[in-house]
Ligand binder design. Structure first.
Ligand SMILES: [Zn+2]
Length: 69
């Protein structure tokens, strides 16, 4: 089963250099997984597949908890 992620959902991506979180939409991460940190200016790539899997797991867990209550 695959949980569909909202493409407009905002994900905070932490910078590998300074730790500053850069908000990106799911759509952006899926199409161009390269981000420039607003704080230190470093460019870094995101492992989109890995991130999406993690988000889907979190989403699935949330759905499960919502069903419980
Ligand atoms: Zn940074």
């Amino acid at each position: 089963m695959r949980t569909k992620l909202d493409p407009n959902a905002i994900v905070n991506i932490p910078c590998p250099q300074c730790g500053e979180k850069t908000p990106q939409t799911v759509a952006t991460i899926e199409t161009s997984p390269r981000i420039r940190c607003a704080k230190c200016g470093v460019m870094f790539g995101i492992n989109a597949a890995k991130l999406m899997k993690k988000l889907q797991e979190a989403q699935a867990k949330m759905d499960l908890e919502q069903r419980r209550f």
